[in-house]
Design a protein around this ligand. Structure first.
Ligand code: 13P
Length: 343
């Protein structure tokens, strides 16, 4: 596999004003999302929902890649076109979640290790055949009570690097996703410390395992005060604290940092990304790889009803457009009013 191809894929994903739609919810996660609108999670319902998102006209102006779940990469759209082919036809790069989830890490008090390395080389070969050109592996960490432990930080970094090396061997760009969960009462500083430790371990392991940073993307959390903290940092403080951590720990050769939204409100996720880009230029592109922050209004507007498909598409298109603006630092809250007729 020529590394040059990987560089080009990674750069295309973070082309100016473009980001990723994370639509790779596992069966249990999509069930939770559908529960919120009172919809049973059947294979047909999941197909109809992903069809709504992927056939939204014009979203490809803002979305360069879509992360799929195993079921979806094998599924076809309502018109019979396989989903990966439908996306490629719009110039959107198909990606695939390849981890098997965060499981209890032995001998810890509630920390997790992400599984899925066994057989990964063979699965990657098949996903490449099915059209995937990038992949995702998510590790999770919690803050507080001595967590994350060094044990959790380093075992997950090791697994992320093993995954990334296998991806590069297979001609697939690895998105490495170390998510420090922002639930709890922690301060902004505690989030910054935990995020920095996790990134330092990650880039040490990636280097030691021969991964070429230029053929990777980073998908991290933003540095936030805990969602339940009594006093929470505002947009400018979040932007400054997050950038400070990345400047210390993320090599300049990484082409892009595509944030997860991690339970922030849609508009907070957009405003934070915008504030960071307004402070640019930076060594890396800063963009989005949002799940909930791109999908929540669309899911609500759709509500599982065929007559609401157009309203769902309008809501998704609008959030994609707002986040694309934030990816170049030209977003303004007044632009939200363009959503007229949706909310
Ligand atoms: P959220 O943006 O909803 O956090 O999802 C992104 C993601 O892919 C988490 O793994």
């Amino acid at each position: 596999m020529a590394m040059q191809d990987l560089y080009e894929i990674a750069e295309a994903i973070v082309a100016d004003g473009k980001g990723i739609l994370a639509a790779d919810e596992s069966d249990s996660t999509i069930k939770k999302r559908f529960d919120s609108i009172g919809l049973e999670s059947t294979e047909d319902a999941r197909r109809a929902y992903r069809d709504l998102l992927f056939t939204t006209a014009g979203a490809e102006e803002y979305v360069s890649g879509v992360i799929l779940f195993d079921e979806t990469i094998r599924q076809s759209a309502l018109d019979g076109t396989p989903f990966p082919k439908l996306l490629q036809g719009k110039g959107v790069i198909p990606g695939i979640k390849v981890d098997k989830g965060a499981k209890p890490l032995a001998l810890t008090d509630g920390e997790t290790i992400t599984e899925g390395l066994d057989g990964l080389r063979e699965r990657l070969a098949e996903y490449h055949e099915l059209g995937a050109r990038f992949a995702k592996w998510r590790a999770t960490y919690t803050i507080g009570g001595g967590k994350p432990s060094e044990y959790c930080v380093w075992t997950n970094a090791h697994a992320l690097a093993r995954y990334a090396a296998l991806c590069q061997e297979a001609g697939i760009v690895p998105i490495v996703e170390p998510e420090v969960l922002q639930d709890g009462t922690h301060t902004l500083e505690e989030s910054a410390t935990a995020t920095g430790r996790v990134l330092q371990a990650l880039y040490t392991e990636l280097h030691d395992q021969r991964v070429d940073y230029r053929g990777t993307l980073l998908k991290p959390n933003m540095v936030l005060s805990g969602y339940e903290a009594s006093s929470r940092a505002g947009v400018d403080e979040v932007a400054d604290a997050t950038l400070e951590v990345f400047y210390k720990h993320v090599p300049a050769s990484v082409p892009g940092i595509v944030f997860l939204s991690g339970g922030q409100s849609d508009e907070d996720a957009t405003a934070h990304l915008n504030a960071m880009n307004r402070r640019g230029p930076h060594p890396w592109k800063l963009s989005f790889s949002y799940g909930r922050a791109l999908q929540a209004p669309a899911l609500k507007a759709w509500g599982g009803k065929p007559e609401n498909v157009e309203a769902g598409k309008r809501a998704y298109y609008h959030r994609a457009k707002m986040n694309a603006a934030a990816a170049t630092g030209v977003y303004a809250p007044e632009m939200e009013r363009e959503a007229a007729g949706v909310a």
